[in-house]
Design a protein around this ligand. Sequence first.
Ligand SMILES: Cc1cc2nc3c(=O)[nH]c(=O)nc-3n(C[C@H](O)[C@H](O)[C@H](O)COP(=O)(O)OP(=O)(O)OC[C@H]3O[C@@H](n4cnc5c(N)ncnc54)[C@H](O)[C@@H]3O)c2cc1C
Length: 357
Amino acid sequence: MESMIVNKNSITRSEYDVLIVGAGPAGCSAAFSLPEDINTLIIDRLQFPRSKVCGGVLIEKSWKFLRRTGLDIPESVFAEPGEMPMKITDMDNNFQVDVKRTFYNVKRNSFDEWLWKNCTENSNFSQLTVMEKFEKAKDGFLSTIKTPNGRKTVRSTHIVDATGAHSFTKTASGMRIPVLVAYQEWIKGSRQEHFGTIYSSETDGYYVWTIPKDGFTVVGTAFRPERVKEKISNFRKTVKSLGFKSMPERFESAIILRPCKDDIMFTDGGIMLAGESAGLIGPNTGEGISFALRSGEICAKVIERCTENPCHEYSESCMGLMKEIAEKGKIPVFDGNADGNSSSFGGTLKMNADRIK
Ligand SMILES: Cc1cc2nc3c(=O)[nH]c(=O)nc-3n(C[C@H](O)[C@H](O)[C@H](O)COP(=O)(O)OP(=O)(O)OC[C@H]3O[C@@H](n4cnc5c(N)ncnc54)[C@H](O)[C@@H]3O)c2cc1C
C-alpha cells in the first residue's frame, strides 16, 4: 500500500459515467465498489492526503464492512490501543456501565489516506477540485468544476454527492443543515484503555468522549452553534473535573451534523447523496463512518445494476440505514439494571424526544 503512487490531478476525459464529489469514506467507498469498466471521476476540494478532525473510533460494522470488501485495515492505520471496550458514565446519577462490544481505534488521517489510495485504483482522482455548479443534461448532468488548472465542464450520467456535512446539493437547494460545533482536545498521557462516553447535565446536550490514542487522551464534545467560546471555556472546567488536569497539547474543532428525520435525504434532482451529506450520522453518537462506507457501496451497486430508476432504488435500499439512524437517535437511559447488553438502552431522554421520531 505504501508504494502506491496516486496521480492527484488526473482528469483524462470530459465525459464520465459517474462523477463522485468528495473523497471521504462515502465517496471512496462508492469509488472502490464500482467496477473498473464504469468510468469514474472522484474530486475533492482538499489537498490529499487530507486531514479530518475525528475521534477515529470505528464500530464493528465498519470493520466488518471493510473485511467483506477485501480490505483489511493495515496495522499502521491502528492507534494504540487498537481495540477498546466502551464504558458509559452517567455523571448525574453516578452510574457506570461496561459495554461488552469492541470498538476499533484508528489514526483517522491514516485511515482516510488508506481508503483514498484504494479508491484511486479504479477511478480518476482530482484534488483541490471544487464542484461549482451542475445542470441536468440529456442522459445525465453537466457539471462545472474548478481545478488547479482552471474550470472544466464534465458530462456524467450520474453524480454522487459525498461532500459530508456541507453537502453541495443541500446547499444548492437552500436546505437548512442542522449542525453542531464539535470540539476536542489532545491531552498528553492516557489513563484508560476504554472508549469513554460520559453523560452529564453540565454539557450542552451531547455526550463527552474520552479516547486513549497513542499516548494521548482525546476528550471532546459538541455544542449547539451559539456562545461557543463560553461553552468551550466551561468544557475546559469539565475536562479538569474529569481528572485531566494538564493543558491540552492541541485542540481542534469541526462542524458535525445532528440530523432530524427530515434532514435525511438520499436523492435530489437525480443526484444521489451518500454518507453525512445524506444526513447519515448518529444524531447523538456522532458515529458516521459506518454509514458513509455502507451508503457509498449501496450507491455503487445501484449504479452498476443500470436500473431504470436508480434514485428510487437507491432510496429504497437505504431504508435500513435510515432505521439505524432512528435507533441511534435514542440515547442511554439508566434504569439501574444495566447489564451491558443493548437491551439496557431502552428509551430516549426528553431533550431528544423532538428529534428522530
Ligand atoms: C470531532 C468529530 C469526531 C468524530 N468522530 C467520529 C468517530 O470517532 N467515529 C465515526 O464513525 N465518526 C466520527 N465522526 C463523524 C465522521 O467523521 C463523518 O461522519 C464521516 O467522515 C463522514 O464521511 P463522508 O465521506 O460522508 O464525509 P467527509 O468525511 O466529511 O468527506 C467529505 C469530503 O467532501 C469534500 N467536499 C465538500 N464539498 C465539496 C465540494 N463542493 N467540491 C469538492 N469536494 C467537496 C470535503 O473536502 C471532504 O473531503 C466525527 C466527526 C467529528 C466532527
